[in-house]
Design a binder for this molecule. Structure first.
Ligand SMILES: NC(=O)c1ccc[n+]([C@@H]2O[C@H](COP(=O)([O-])OP(=O)(O)OC[C@H]3O[C@@H](n4cnc5c(N)ncnc54)[C@H](OP(=O)(O)O)[C@@H]3O)[C@@H](O)[C@H]2O)c1
Length: 391
């Protein structure tokens, strides 16, 4: 039996993880669940899975949770704050940690899991984008395993694992596929007036609001280039983005000999989640089977630079190195949040990030303190830039 902590259990990845686990309760036991403020769903999850610990980062929500669990589930220990997240990420009794908090808020508990010898199932790409080498060194220095849950990186992991390729020396390039998001065919001069609701209406995937906007700007793919370069130790110039609107091929690896391996499946996050939980085995899922006759056609397209400026910004950040990726990520988080709150135009997201990257100096990202400090400076700068913009 594997004991599991799910960081961010109320989100899209968290709910899908619990769905997979529900069908394999003989193999996996939920030891801890965490959320921020989403009390209603979290209470239901606590009743259903009876974890030993339930953490709510938001203190007021944690107090309300304690009150609600008192009668029906008095054995569940309720914790609050970032300390609670870190505690359940490093519990001795836990084998696997699903890192599914969105954004920088997931960095500390995900690093804590990486430090304490867990199998880290990494959905929270922002944690790796921010801390890059520090994160990979932490994994290497403990007995932790790192399995990417992002469907593209999980696909690459599957392609590489299947060839038993230890060194990556035989890889010529990686092709990250992208759906192109909801605005792939929208006239570029109409993008400025797009609303949060339109941006969050992803054509293929049902995801949280932040990653949905990132998909619409393609910053998601930019973050994924950075993520892939750290995970697989590949030069970012050898990572190409291919728009594939059907979202069936989840990514491809090109080898020196001309072979190209790909992983395919319906766009359903329960596939990479179940892979990460079961690896090196495979377990049954309730995912709809792939019907190639039904799909009948695959399309591929190059991303247009003027439609998706965030891709260029992400490439610049990884080239600059140091804390540049953390600065990029922080500026993006602030800009996306303001866009979601109707305080910023869709097309201004990239303008804010560009401005922050030009104005906040990057540093050597060797310690967590430096990374967190630059994250803070970039957030302050992004807010400043947005204050000066007209919506
Ligand atoms: N969704 C996908 O299909 C998908 C695919 C690939 C990768 N990912 C990555 O997986 C991560 C999660 O994405 P998602 O779509 O599942 O996001 P989501 O639906 O927005 O869920 C986010 C989760 O994080 C929690 N959370 C938010 N802010 C927090 C904070 N300050 N402190 C602690 N917890 C906090 C939320 O709790 P509350 O509910 O209480 O707010 C929720 O449980 C992201 O990094 C995303 O890029 C997602």
């Amino acid at each position: 039996m594997k004991e599991i902590t799910i960081l961010g259990s109320t989100g899209s990845i968290g709910v899908n993880t619990l769905d997979v686990i529900s069908n394999h309760l003989d193999k996996f036991n939920v030891r801890a669940l965490t959320a921020n403020t989403n009390l209603d769903i979290f209470v239901e999850q606590c009743f259903k899975y009876q974890p030993e610990y339930a953490v709510m980062t938001d203190e007021a929500s944690a107090s309300k949770l304690e009150e609600k669990l008192k009668k029906k589930a008095p054995d569940i220990s309720v914790l609050a704050g970032i300390e609670g997240l870190v505690k359940v990420a490093e519990l001795d009794s836990v084998d696997y940690v699903m890192a599914a908090i969105v954004g920088a808020a997931g960095l500390l508990p995900t690093l804590a899991a990486a430090k304490s010898g867990k199998r880290v199932l990494l959905a929270n790409k922002e944690a790796l984008v921010m801390s890059g080498k520090l994160f990979m060194d932490t994994i290497a220095g403990s007995n932790s395993e790192l399995i990417p849950i992002d469907s593209e990186h999980n696909a690459i992991f599957q392609c590489i694992a299947d060839t038993n390729n230890q060194e990556n020396a035989s890889i010529r390039s990686i092709m990250l596929t992208a759906s192109g998001g909801p605005f792939l065919n929208t006239p570029i001069n109409e993008l400025a007036s797009k609303t949060p609701e339109q941006a969050c209406k992803h054509p293929k995937w049902k995801m949280g609001r932040k990653i949905s906007v990132d998909s619409a700007t393609m910053m998601n793919k930019g973050l994924e280039i950075i993520e892939a370069s750290w995970l697989f130790n590949i030069d970012p110039d050898s990572i190409n983005v291919v728009i594939h609107p059907q979202s069936i091929i989840h990514s491809l690896v090109e080898y020196k000999d001309g072979s190209v391996l790909a992983q395919l499946g319906n766009p359903d996050m329960r596939i990479p989640i179940s892979f990460g939980l079961a690896w090196p085995d495979r377990i049954e899922t309730k995912v709809e089977r792939l019907d190639l006759f039904d799909i009948s056609q695959f399309d591929f397209k190059r991303p247009e630079e003027d439609r998706f400026p965030c891709l260029r910004l992400a490439r610049e950040a990884i080239k600059q190195g140091g804390t540049s990726s953390a600065i990029l990520n922080a500026a993006n988080e602030v800009a996306v949040n303001e866009f979601l709150n109707n305080n910023l135009k869709f097309t201004d997201i990239a303008i804010v990030i560009d401005s922050v990257m030009s104005n906040v100096a990057q540093n050597n990202a060797s310690t967590l303190d430096v990374i967190l400090n630059d994250d803070k400076l970039a957030r302050a700068q992004a807010k400043e830039v947005i204050r000066g913009m007209k919506i």
